[in-house]
Ligand binder design. Structure first.
Ligand code: C5P
Length: 307
């Protein structure tokens, strides 16, 4: 399948969710996510903040090949972008945690083709971890239920459980309370800056800011039944001010994008990626065409992920 769609709107197209390759690998698609309306409560005793957010997977993806025909070791090969150290890699840690949880000394070779930039609130690492948990659960014949995988997953990262449920979700708690949600189709123009935001630091900065009045989540029915042009002005991200204070260029770029495109610009998670939601390809094309070249070249168009 080609990376981009055939018409002149350069929207990333996903690979199938899972596919057996002729070389015996199980190839998994690990999609990125964006947060729609991220509400954050005060720091809890567990060291985490209670969240309430709709989360959509989008067609930007990492690709993961799993091989279980080798020895008893678990190894990782990373391609594409720099994945940092192996010890911090969530795909590798997920495989080790699963192996430890079921007490099986079982090998796997993980080949990760990284396309989702890390440190931008797109949860590529968490998505990789979820894909590895689900994939090895099958390949190793463990048979854990999705809820049990999510319990292992949330220890690796708050965003892991949402990737163990198909489609868009509403996420609450630290990230462990997941319910399916329906979101109207959209296209997202992602802006991927040349800097990242460290999640723990953004939360620490959030804690120093004046407490906000607790807001209610947007009605599920509105997001399900109407295109984004009806509700995108209402989207908030409670971490945006803290992220902007830590990374001053963030607010500047948001202003430039908003001015050029004429539609709201949102951060995803703790940043640094931003996105503009469009109703259809026509609007997506228009937005891309109105952006100055300097901004447009850091943009990627993605659709809502079908799975
Ligand atoms: O779980 P994850 O690895 O994504 O979290 C990284 C850090 O972000 C945590 O150590 C914590 O400081 C902060 N965090 C939080 N509340 C959440 C999620 C993350 O305070 N719900």
């Amino acid at each position: 399948m080609s990376e981009h769609s055939a018409d002149d709107f350069p929207c990333v197209r996903p690979i199938p969710p899972r596919e057996r390759l002729p070389d015996g690998a199980l190839r998994l698609c690990a999609p990125a996510k964006i947060n729609l309306n991220l509400l954050v409560g005060p720091l809890g005793e567990d060291g985490f903040h209670p969240l309430d957010s709709y989360v959509c997977k989008i067609t930007l993806y990492d690709s993961i090949d799993l091989f279980t025909d080798g020895g008893s070791e678990i190894t990782l090969t990373c391609r594409g972008m720099d994945c940092g150290s192996d010890e911090n890699n969530l795909a590798l840690r997920a495989a080790r945690e699963l192996s430890a949880a079921v007490g099986k000394q079982t090998g796997a070779r993980i080949v990760l083709d990284k396309r989702i930039p890390p440190g931008m609130g797109l949860a590529g690492g968490s998505s990789d971890a979820a894909a590895v948990l689900a994939g090895l659960n099958d390949l190793w014949g463990i048979g854990l239920a999705p809820g049990e995988l999510a319990k292992i997953g949330v220890q690796l990262g708050s965003d892991v459980p949402l990737f163990l449920t198909d489609g868009a979700v509403r996420m609450r708690g630290r990230g462990e309370r997941i319910t399916p949600a329906r979101i109207h189709d959209f296209y997202a123009i992602l802006y991927l800056p040349d800097f990242t935001c460290a999640t723990p630091e953004v939360y620490r900065r959030f804690d120093t800011q004046p407490r906000r009045v607790r807001r209610n989540q947007l009605p599920a029915e509105l997001l399900a039944s109407s295109p984004p042009s009806v509700w995108r002005e209402m989207l908030v991200n409670d971490l945006a001010t803290a992220a902007g204070a830590l990374c001053p260029p963030l607010a500047e770029v948001r202003g430039l994008l908003r001015e050029a495109a004429g539609i709201p610009v949102c951060e995803t998670g703790s940043g640094s990626a931003m996105f503009m939601l469009c109703d259809d390809r026509r609007e997506g094309r228009r937005v891309l065409a109105t952006l100055p070249e300097k901004l447009a070249r850091r943009c990627v168009a993605a659709a809502m992920h079908p799975w």
